[in-house]
Ligand binder design. Structure first.
Ligand SMILES: Nc1ncnc2c1ncn2[C@@H]1O[C@H](COP(=O)(O)OP(=O)(O)O)[C@@H](O)[C@H]1O
Ligand SMILES: [Mg+2]
Length: 255
């Protein structure tokens, strides 16, 4: 089995001059971003600011109108580059299939791509579920799991490829404050134990400050401030300060 990602294997990510419009409406208005190897980088901002769209570009699910995304200096638009690196995404919804067991969900990628023998997949699945503190749920149905467990199962599923880069989209949405802390701890735990580069997209300020090495504040399609949690906390930018004081009207605060 592949060993966890070492510090040397973690990848860096650069975003250069990224612009994207949908039906003539600009959503990303010129994004530049540098994420270092092994860093936990949080993109924080209110709903509708373009966080998920940015994330989809970073993982190659959307194509930029202008600009580019580089992994270790390679443009992801170049043929073969996306196959060279192991990237994983934990979607907001978790996206677990209720027709499969928890274990089958976690191992799905390996099974579908016939990457391992069944007994080895079983071993990897058990190990990843254990890592997330989910013993004994392998043969159960996702429909029996709580919201927090579903999030952790989705993280376990992302880990089966030993990713060099992992992206989380709103990993604490729909969770209570206690479970938000737990998921934050899982993200930290993972980054400490495997050196994976992590990009976390969230409108949850507590999560952002709980896990980040650095935070970028996204607002209206732009990154208006980037810095350490301390630098962001003391940012002179009035929009950042309004967001930190929760003065934004966020329609989908819990979504
Ligand atoms: N595929 C799409 N087609 C049209 N508009 C989109 C699409 N994806 C996102 N948008 C719009 O882009 C804006 C930013 O969306 P999103 O990145 O999901 O925000 P966030 O994740 O920060 O809440 C929203 O106004 C949204 O409606
Ligand atoms: Mg979003």
């Amino acid at each position: 089995m592949r060993a966890p990602v070492t510090a040397q294997e973690a990848v860096n990510v650069q975003v250069r001059g990224l612009r994207k419009s949908y039906a003539g409406q600009p959503v990303l208005k010129g994004i530049d971003l540098d994420v270092s190897r092994g860093e936990t980088f949080v993109i924080m901002g209110p709903s509708g600011s373009g966080k998920s769209v940015l994330m989809k570009h970073i993982i190659g699910l959307e194509v930029p109108d202008e600009g580019e995304i580089l992994i270790e200096g390679d443009s992801i638009q170049k043929p073969g580059v996306m196959d060279k690196y192991r990237l994983a995404i934990v979607f907001q919804s978790g996206a677990l299939l209720n027709s499969l067991t928890v274990g089958e969900n976690v191992g799905l990628y390996l099974t579908e791509h016939r990457l391992k023998k069944p007994d080895e997949i079983d071993r990897i699945v058990t190990e990843k579920l254990d890592f997330l503190g989910l013993k004994g749920v392998k043969d159960r149905s996702p429909s029996e799991m709580s919201g927090g467990m579903k999030k952790r199962i989705a993280i376990a599923r992302a880990l089966v490829i030993e990713p060099q880069l992992i992206l989380y989209d709103e990993p604490t949405s729909e969770l209570d404050p206690l479970m938000t802390v737990t998921i934050g701890e899982e993200i930290l735990n993972l980054s400490r134990r495997t050196h994976v580069t992590s990009i976390v997209v969230t409108h949850d300020r507590d999560l952002a400050f709980g896990v980040a090495d650095r935070i970028a504040m996204m607002y209206d399609g732009r990154l208006i401030a980037v810095g350490t949690p301390e630098e962001i906390r003391h940012s002179p930018d009035p929009v950042v300060q309004r967001f930190l004081k929760a003065e934004f009207k966020v329609e989908n605060e819990n979504i």
